[in-house]
Design a protein around this ligand. Structure first.
Ligand code: SAM
Ligand code: FES
Length: 345
């Protein structure tokens, strides 16, 4: 049996088999086989529904210095902003009117947002919009902080592991950041009952088929309810400014593999995918993705949440234009669902 057939049959492979499968990323027959199975599985569990999440990028202050990221603390040129509690609530009100039932609060690791401030914001959102899910994406915190946020009402947490290979992790991060800590955070989040999302960039500097195989093996072990992957895109103000962006076709291939490995996973067609290819998100849906995350941040701040060059944040990408998005999704045979879209058990 080929690795592709084994994956389809048993939903899991060894690290060596993942590496052997990834060598086939450009093989038309393998791509089609996996894509067809990925689409069959997402249809089996989710029909033609695509879930939407309103993304609120509420602060671009960050204490970390991840080498790939445009808002890392070492980038003196980043124009910093943070939203007030009231502004965050206002984004949710706007999102609620537009039909969003999940709000994703994403930001750098900003000490201004203490646990107490975050808890208050989460409680206010849950009080005003009891039917909505709150997803956090604010980096590495202690077990105790995650516990407090959960108690305040947070439902989900996104924390990409970035790479499951120690040496590769060192190439992407300064010495005060540890892969072991990142992984522990993910296990803590799962233990606390969060619907948990891990993930990585495709084509980050130093990535190889072996490190990608390690990523897939880690996802297989962690079994997250959500997986965020998107191409790496260089940012002019980072040391990776002259590196190549990640490949769309490899990202699509990986989306299909992840859908087959974790059939019920919530898998976004990411903004980065839509940035490197104008039809990236539609292609993502056709490869097995079932979530889109349009931007709900205040218009004046969107350009400032500048993770990588040319990030799309207006036009069809913007939450305001739900009908544009609905049209795009319909063009590939799916429909926007107006529900929270929780992970299936
Ligand atoms: N601070 C939180 C964290 O570290 O999880 C959330 C914010 S962080 C900006 C969100 C994600 O953006 C990261 O997990 C990373 O994968 C992605 N990202 C950062 N820089 C990127 C780049 N140059 N290209 C593509 N994705 C990038
Ligand atoms: Fe902190 Fe990117 S370095 S959000």
């Amino acid at each position: 049996m080929t690795p592709a057939e084994t994956l389809i049959n048993s939903h899991r492979l060894s690290r060596e088999e993942y590496a052997a499968l990834l060598i086939k990323a450009e093989d038309e027959g393998t791509r089609e086989l996996l894509k067809t199975e990925a689409v069959r599985l997402r249809r089996k569990y989710y029909g033609n529904k695509v879930f939407t999440r309103g993304l609120i990028e509420f602060t671009n202050y960050c204490k970390n210095d991840c080498y790939y990221c445009g808002i890392r603390c070492g980038n003196q040129k980043a124009e910093r902003y943070r939203l007030t509690e009231e502004e965050i609530l206002e984004c949710c009100r706007e999102g609620d009117k537009l039909g969003f039932r999940t709000f994703v609060l994403q930001g750098g690791e900003d000490a201004w947002f203490t646990d107490e401030r975050m808890e208050k914001i989460i409680r206010r959102i849950k009080r005003e919009f009891p039917d909505c899910a709150v997803t956090l994406s604010i980096g590495e915190k202690s077990y105790e902080s995650y516990r407090k946020f959960r108690e305040a009402g947070a439902d989900r947490y996104l924390l990409r592991h970035e790479t499951a290979d120690e040496e590769h992790y060192r190439m992407l991060h300064p010495e005060n950041m540890y892969l072991s800590k990142r992984k522990q955070c993910l296990y803590n989040l799962k233990a606390l009952g969060y619907q948990t999302g891990a993930g990585f960039m495709v084509g980050s500097p130093g990535q190889t088929l072996e490190t990608l195989a390690a990523d897939l093996e880690f996802l297989q072990e962690l079994k997250p309810q959500m997986v965020g992957i998107g191409p790496f895109i260089p940012h002019h103000g980072t040391k990776f400014a002259n590196e190549k962006a990640g490949s769309v076709s490899l990202t699509l291939f990986l989306l299909s593999i992840i859908r087959i490995m974790l059939p019920k996973v919530l898998l976004p067609a990411t903004t980065a995918l839509g940035t490197v290819d104008p039809r990236g998100r539609e292609k993502g849906l056709e490869a097995g993705a079932n979530v889109v995350m349009p931007n709900l941040s205040p218009l004046r701040n969107r350009k400032q949440y500048d993770l990588y060059d040319n990030k799309i944040c207006t036009g069809d990408e913007a939450a305001e234009c739900r009908t544009c998005l609905a049209r795009r999704v319909a063009s590939v045979g799916y429909r926007l669902a107006d529900e929270r879209g929780d992970a299936l058990e």
